[in-house]
Design a protein around this ligand. Sequence first.
Ligand SMILES: *[C@@H]1O[C@H](CO)[C@@H](O)[C@H](O)[C@H]1NC(C)=O
Ligand SMILES: *[C@@H]1O[C@H](CO)[C@@H](O)[C@H](O)[C@H]1NC(C)=O
Length: 363
Amino acid sequence: MLSPNPLSLLCALLLCLPLAIFFTSIHPTPIILNKPMPIPKSTSILKHPNKKSQEEIQDQHDELLFELATTHTNPKPIRPNKIAFMFLTTKPLPFAPQWESYFNQTPKNLFNIYIHADPTFPYNNPPFSGVFFNRVIVSKPTKRFSPTLVAAARRLLAHALIHDPSNSIFVLLSPSCIPLHSFNFTYHALLCSGGKSFIEILAHEVGSYDRWAARGPHAMMPEVKHEEFRIGSQFWALTRQHAWLVVSDRVLWRKFNVPCMRLDTCYPEENYFPTLLNMWDPEGCVAATLTHVNWTGSVDGHPRTYEAWEVGPNLIRRMRLGIPRYGKGNGDGRSDPFLFARKFAVDALQPLMTIAHDVIFRD
Ligand SMILES: *[C@@H]1O[C@H](CO)[C@@H](O)[C@H](O)[C@H]1NC(C)=O
Ligand SMILES: *[C@@H]1O[C@H](CO)[C@@H](O)[C@H](O)[C@H]1NC(C)=O
């Protein structure tokens, strides 16, 4: 660390002025309204706001967001340790009532919720209420087979880092995820197990070369050699240190943030995070995801979806008995519990609610 002197402080102040203006517009509530998400009004920092397209303004917003998340946050969390639950969705959350009862049995000072939601979805009513009210961050549309899902997850990390210095572990969830245990159980499993991230990191998977070459045969070179390329579940739990590493990354993101030439092998959200963390800090990762998924009988790249009639205590027990698939090192004898599960059909909500208190939230 450099020790500050008056000149460097002055420079820092001048340099930070535009950031500070931006900062006050998103802090302490980086969260925006519970209605279709407008473009943020941080126009005071733009030279010719009227001449800029919406996309340019959005890009500028992202740039400042990542700048802020890197320069104005501490990679070390302060107590009390909190879990940042980050929902990445394109529609209202079908299992909101289930999550609502999950969070309602939980001390409010131990978690935060963030939502990245497609601003173009035709929401009728305010889509996010209860514990989800006012938790939507500035979001952009996302689509499969493009880097937009990675961009959305990075945006969630950046907002959560800035919003609360106590956020200690950052969990990415999809709208079709449900909890498999109580909050208390999940909190201890994530935060009392040696301060590591849980992220699936697989090498030598079938199709790995085609995924690596999806942007063109040499597009990833020289930064990411094929031997360094990894595959893993889109859903992970990252420590604050790793969240900070991700938002400060410019090098790999520049490589992955390129449209694919081949869409059928284009899953950047399953490659960027495991590749980056495996290159930067493999020892800081438990190489498995704690989100249960069933790939037997998958359709069109989607895992098996559990229908309402299948949901009952036995399904929850079967999922809890599963052992995560560990990448490198085969987990060194670990067997971490699954904490979340996907995917469930929307009408599985009722049977899930029926068993919530006696089965799901009982560990
Ligand atoms: C919370 O979980 C921990 C570890 O799983 C356990 O030891 C403790 O008794 C639980 N507390 C409550 C209030 O259930
Ligand atoms: C996964 O799906 C297969 C095929 O439908 C099924 O036989 C199996 O029981 C499922 N696993 C779990 C844990 O539900």
